[in-house]
Design a protein around this ligand. Structure first.
Ligand code: NAD
Length: 306
């Protein structure tokens, strides 16, 4: 696709687990990346985390040391969305919060030249609402990477009501250039993947609350009984419990369907700041190397009957 050749510099907004992974994937296919977070220090720390992930690959002999250097040289940390001025395509991957995303996308929109594209990695928020907040709604699209972006093959492309065919086509071409397989979803709460996933994650939590089984029992049941690569609590801890709760709340509010209501235990863990792997504690506890050390106190408040 000829238009794809016009995309040389990609902006990534949010240098957390998803933004960092997206920046890594974009740099790995030779694109220049401007990586922005709430401050340049946070963005630089995001780049350092990418460097550490790549260093482990070098140690294991899976990546040549010079390839690591080349990839990192493609990533430039920057301070604010205003630094996206030279970018051809911006992918927003900030915290899952509608007001925050609207405010950030407006700033990206003001910084970007006309004719450039704005994508959001949102897990659940209406792309149509996000697009309507900008001056280029036909050039706004959902580009929903899976976690972790360097390993997971799927990018779910979400078409806002306003997204043009050309924007859809270039987003698909860009995802393929990044080595991904795409699916396309209409703009509906949770799109396709999270509409299916969230009821399962929440149901596992309701079962835990009711004392039907321990987190380990439920995760083992899903892995060995359903052939899932990860159990629902392992996956929730990986996603981030704040993100899981935010998605459940969007699904519940937007559909009005109680099957999407969030369990109290999930809400409590988030209120405690126990967000999963990123805070070393969620449904499970983790040591400084990310190894699981046991169940979290919050998840053992509802012990199963003996
Ligand atoms: P995260 O908490 O790891 O990272 C969020 C980042 O946003 C943080 O670095 C934070 O500093 C930054 N941020 C917050 N306020 C900001 C601001 N004002 N300006 C700039 N940056 C700001 O979260 P994450 O898991 O990377 O999720 C990011 C997005 O990706 C969310 O929309 C989430 O729904 C989506 N997503 C997450 C997953 C997952 O499994 N975690 C999967 C697919 C999509």
């Amino acid at each position: 696709m000829q238009l794809l050749e016009t995309i040389k510099t990609v902006g990534v907004l949010g240098a957390g687990q998803m933004g960092g992974g997206i920046a890594q994937v974009a740099a790995a296919c030779g694109l220049d990346v401007v990586l922005v977070d709430a401050s340049i220090d946070i963005a630089a720390r995001g780049k350092d985390r990418i460097g550490a992930v790549l260093a482990r690959l070098v140690d294991k002999g899976k990546l040549p040391a010079d390839a690591r250097e080349t990839l990192l040289n493609h990533i430039r940390p920057a301070a604010a969305p205003e630094d996206f001025a030279p970018c051809d395509f911006v992918i927003e991957a900030a915290t899952e919060n509608m007001d925050l995303k609207v405010a950030l996308l407006r700033r990206c929109d003001a910084a970007l030249a006309p004719g450039k594209w704005l994508a959001s990695n949102t897990s659940s928020i209406s792309l149509t609402k996000l697009a309507a907040a900008t001056s280029r709604p036909d050039r706004v699209v959902g580009m929903h990477f899976m976690n972790p972006p360097p390993l997971m093959k799927l990018v779910e492309i979400v078409r806002a009501v306003q997204t043009s065919d050309e924007t859809h086509a270039i987003t698909k071409a860009l995802a393929i250039k990044m080595g991904k397989t795409t699916t396309t979803s209409r703009d509906a709460p949770g799109f396709l993947v999270n509409r299916i996933l969230l009821p399962m994650l929440c149901e596992a939590c309701f079962a835990l609350q009711e004392g039907v089984g321990t987190p380990e029992d439920i995760d083992t049941g899903a892995k060995l009984g359903l052939n899932h690569p990860m159990g629902p609590f392992e996956l929730s801890d990986l996603i981030g419990l704040d993100t899981v709760l935010a998605i459940a709340d969007v699904l519940h509010r937007e559909t009005g369907d109680d099957k999407y209501r969030a369990p109290t235990m999930l809400r409590n863990l988030v209120a405690a700041g126990w967000l999963g792997r990123k805070t070393a504690r969620g449904f499970y506890r983790y040591d400084e190397n990310g190894n699981r050390t046991g169940a979290s106190q919050g998840a053992s408040r509802f012990p199963p009957p003996r």
